[in-house]
Design a protein around this ligand. Structure first.
Ligand SMILES: [Zn+2]
Length: 139
């Protein structure tokens, strides 16, 4: 599970060393170094290397948007494969918790591992045009 990092803690007119950025955001130094490998711009002309606040904020915002959009309605995250996967045979089960929300479950089309995700009733209605949705009784 990836920890959510809120870009609101970044001051855009400041410059941060790796340590300062890690402290400001409550993440480890390794995490900040990882961001650099993922494309966070870093000023390397001086030591210590500096991260510009505005760049850091833009990077984190881009990143969180990307991770939110990774799954389309008909995709699931497979715990075994890791990536977004299709539903096996285009079939999913919907088990409602309330009249508005419930859980979609299916098997991974790649490895047949179990996949589940939360969905609203409106999403399920939209999904039923794409996949074969079986409505299950809530427990
Ligand atoms: Zn899988």
């Amino acid at each position: 599970m990836t920890k959510r990092v809120t870009s609101r803690r970044v001051k855009i007119h400041r410059q941060y060393t790796y340590d300062q950025a890690a402290m400001a955001l409550g993440v480890s130094l390794q995490t900040v170094r990882g961001w650099r490998r993922e494309g966070l711009p870093v000023l390397t002309s001086k030591v210590p290397h500096l991260i510009i606040g505005a760049e850091l904020k833009a990077f984190l915002d881009r990143r969180s948007t990307k991770s939110k959009l990774t799954l389309t309605l008909e995709q699931f995250r497979c715990m075994r494969c890791g990536g977004p996967v299709a539903a096996y045979g285009g079939m999913v089960d919907y088990t409602p918790f309330t009249s508005e929300r419930g859980v979609l479950s299916t098997l991974c089309a790649t490895c047949e591992g179990a996949c589940t995700k939360f969905a609203s009733r409106a999403q399920v209605d939209a999904l039923s045009h794409i996949l074969s949705v079986t409505f299950c009784n809530s427990r």
